[in-house]
Ligand binder design. Structure first.
Ligand code: FES
Ligand code: FES
Length: 167
């Protein structure tokens, strides 16, 4: 066992893990953060995407020990905690836009998709449709056909740029 200290969603954790423990399994099984999904375990689907020191990674490709001393953000830390209990008020613009633009069906890919999109929008606050598709190509969705996902990301981008988005 190896001891790791990782800040996850703004909280500091210190745990003993096996050297082979994947970050996604640490998040889900040790911390109970089951909002981060496992879709394939072979780095194909992106369902497990989180931010490691601010950049999106597939957490099934990272060992927990590699995140020692790092900051990890998951879908569970994305909403503003100060508005807990206030329905959608504290949601991140991406969460809101996936809801309003119907960017999900079963929702399995959604946490990873949103975390990947959040990283994309940090890099490019005004992505074209093609740029969104390219930016999210490592995240697979077996339900939606991607059209509404792309719409949702562009709607969130507009809101984050301070533009008025559809009522
Ligand atoms: S579970 Fe990590 S990429 Fe599929
Ligand atoms: S909404 Fe079902 S996999 Fe994307």
């Amino acid at each position: 066992m190896t001891s790791v200290r990782i800040a996850v969603d703004g909280e500091n954790f210190e745990d003993d893990v096996e050297p082979r423990t994947l970050l996604v399994h640490y998040l889900r099984d040790v911390l109970g953060k089951t909002g981060t999904n496992v879709g394939c375990d072979t780095s194909n689907c992106g369902a497990c995407t989180v931010h490691l020191d601010g950049r999106s990674v597939k957490s099934c490709t990272v060992l927990a020990v590699q995140a020692d001393g790092a900051t990890v953000d998951t879908i569970e830390g994305l909403a503003d905690p100060s508005s807990n209990g206030d329905e959608t008020a504290g949601w991140h613009p991406l969460q809101r836009a996936f809801h309003t633009e119907h960017g999900l069906q079963c929702g399995y890919c959604t946490p990873g998709m949103i975390m990947a999109a959040a990283d994309l929008l940090q890099e490019n606050p005004d992505p074209s449709e093609d740029e969104v598709r390219q930016g999210l190509e490592g995240n697979l969705c077996r339900c939606t056909g991607y059209v509404n996902i792309v719409k949702a990301v562009r709607t969130a981008a507009a809101e984050m740029r301070g533009e008025e988005v559809g009522a």
